[in-house]
Design a protein around this ligand. Structure first.
Ligand code: GDP
Ligand code: GDP
Length: 455
């Protein structure tokens, strides 16, 4: 009776249409100070991205979720690129390279009060060669008198310049309409390769945890280099590596191998690459240096993987360097700081000695299996019925909200929607999530549970 009025297939279809699947990625590219971060803030409608007059500010977050006219997409702000270290031309070119690799469409921002510079024209050449859809934003058109400056940007050969004032919001609606037209419904990379083909692994972790050592160890000499985006980048991006008798695609190994010796900008550069690799991957192997205290940066990388909705394996590396005391403290740190990923399969490895390399593949396979698990609606509701009967929601204000029905709206990662007769408290939602994990496993995968209140 609880199911009355709900067609699970229909609900699942609606949710997929509403964009609960992987989202298309939009990169915002342009020279420093043209207003990229201001535009990002405007689009996400929040004050999250840091805007500073000082160029080259290091920012933690690089991807945001945005919605326009009911369509969701991911937005990447490349504004924090460290141009002091890279030099302006190199940093802007690197943004473009990133956009070419990882984004489905690009917004190229030009300061119309300055006009097109040589750097802008160099970026245009890179973007054109890549063939990704580009929308040209002529920024800082704060009033009608600026329109002429915007018109001059037709010269860039990118089609119609959209005059906008990111600061005041002028023209941003039209720009967003053009952006939505340029963005594919779903990211081609993820969907195109979803069925068949080698599984995609991102090996991530902060600098010096041992990523390239691990890659060399597991790859040995069996490595096949694939240049995915032929003709657009000089570096091989991904590699096919055989492990445990299976061929895997390791994402962005070029980024791992390329030893970037940047000081201040290194963190930001690394986060961008991590975000890009996660975008393309199905499973993240997160490397942590077990010989050192778990750092905020380690936690941030874990959060990025979880928020990206990827399957996760955690590998504690440099195990050869851990004495008994360090092992003790490491376990305490894991208990304290890594509660959010208690579900992730764990391996203790040494890229130096090769310790436990053979455990990597089973861990990755377990995580992927959890990530793809689908719980039949009947079984889910039988289970929900049991826990609701045994552990009802506490009575609040004389009312007792009840879970009426649940459905799994998607996989990769598993997403559940619960329909309830009233608001479910956060504590109760966590309890349900915990019980779902206990019942159905979900090793190695984040799960999302959302609640819809049915009036
Ligand atoms: P980014 O380096 O490209 O991310 O540029 P920011 O977003 O940090 O902006 C650089 C400066 O330009 C800041 O002082 C902004 O307030 C200013 N700015 C950004 N957009 C506009 C705009 O549409 N009009 C005007 N007048 N100033 C803007
Ligand atoms: P990446 O920046 O994450 O790619 O890290 P690297 O692979 O370049 O490794 C950083 C340093 O840690 C190098 O000096 C490696 O030799 C060392 N290293 C990597 N893995 C291990 C390990 O398992 N044990 C020990 N003792 N050192 C390691």
């Amino acid at each position: 009776a609880a199911e009355e009025g709900f067609d699970p297939e229909e609900v699942a279809g609606d949710l997929a249409a509403a964009g609960h699947g992987p989202l298309p990625v939009l990169a915002v590219v342009g020279r420093p100070n043209v207003g990229k971060s201001t535009l990002v803030n405007r689009i996400i409608g929040r004050r999250e991205a840091v805007v500073e007059d000082r160029p080259g500010v290091t920012r933690d977050r690089v991807t945001y979720e945005a919605t326009w006219n009911g369509r969701r997409f991911k937005l990447v702000d490349t504004g924090g690129w460290e141009q002091d270290v890279l030099g302006i031309d190199a940093s802007v070119a690197a943004q473009a390279e990133y956009a070419i690799e990882a984004a489905d469409a690009v917004v190229f921002v030009v300061d119309s009060t300055v006009g097109a510079t040589d750097t802008d024209e160099a970026v245009v050449r890179l973007l054109r060669k890549a063939g990704k859809p580009v929308v040209l934003a002529a920024n800082k058109v704060d009033g009608p008198s600026g329109e002429a400056d915007a018109t001059a940007l037709w010269n860039l050969g990118l089609g119609e310049p959209y005059p906008v004032s990111s600061l005041h919001g002028r023209g941003t609606g039209d720009l967003l309409d053009a952006i939505l037209e340029a963005l594919p419904e779903a990211p081609a990379q993820t969907f195109g390769e979803a069925v068949g083909g080698p599984r995609r692994v991102a090996l991530i972790g902060r600098p010096n945890v041992g990523k390239s050592s691990l890659l060399n160890k597991v790859a040995g000499s069996e490595r096949v280099v694939v240049n995915e985006i032929a003709g657009t980048t000089r570096d091989p991006v991904d590699e096919l590596i055989e492990l445990g008798g299976i061929t895997w695609k390791f994402i962005d190994t070029a980024g791992i191998r390329r030893r970037v010796h940047l000081q201040e900008g290194a963190d930001y550069y690394a986060s961008l690459r991590t975000a890009a690799a996660l975008e393309k991957a199905e499973v993240a192997v997160i490397l942590i240096d077990g010989s050192e205290t778990i750092s905020v940066q380690d936690l941030r990388i874990i959060t990025m993987a979880v928020e990206a909705g990827r399957a996760v394996v955690i590998a504690y590396n440099k195990w050869d360097q851990l004495d008994e005391e360090r092992r003790y403290y490491l376990e305490r740190e894991i208990e304290q700081d890594l509660v959010q990923v208690q579900w992730a399969p764990r391996v203790n490895v040494s890229a130096l000695t090769g310790r436990h390399m053979e455990k990597l593949v089973p861990a990755i396979e377990a995580a992927l299996a959890g990530w793809e698990t689908r719980v039949p609606t009947g079984r889910l509701n039988a289970f929900l019925g049991e826990i609701v009967a045994a552990h009802p929601h506490p009575v609040r204000g004389g009312k007792q909200p009840r879970i009426l029905f649940g459905t799994q709206a998607g996989t990769r990662p598993p997403r559940f929607v619960l329909f309830a007769s009233g608001f479910l408290e956060a504590g109760y939602r966590r309890f349900i999530e915990r019980r779902l994990r206990e019942e159905f496993g979900f090793a190695g995968t984040p799960i999302q549970v959302s609640v819809r209140v049915r009036e």
